[in-house]
Design a protein. Structure first.
Length: 81
């Protein structure tokens, strides 16, 4: 295990900093990519950004059935199980 002594994941565990794994749904991926803004935003801005991201993801979940790809989308990242 490469985690730090503080119990946080190390650089080889989980998602690498600055990268967002693809979901296969372009619009969802665009919302998740915006989460990178949290890395550079002031901490006071985090609640607003979280609310915006949550609202955008909820809107995708609530989208009309014909407007999103049907069913699960297979992963395209060979490094992820």
């Amino acid at each position: 295990m490469t985690g730090s002594s503080a119990g946080q994941p190390g650089p080889d565990e989980g998602t690498r900093a600055g990268t967002v794994p693809s979901t296969g749904h372009e619009r969802v991926d665009a919302v998740l990519a915006r989460a990178a803004e949290l890395d550079t935003a002031e901490v006071a801005e985090h609640p607003r950004l979280h609310e915006e991201l949550h609202a955008a993801l909820a809107a995708e979940l609530d989208a009309e059935p014909g407007t999103v790809p049907p069913g699960p989308v297979p992963r395209t990242d060979p490094d992820r199980p």
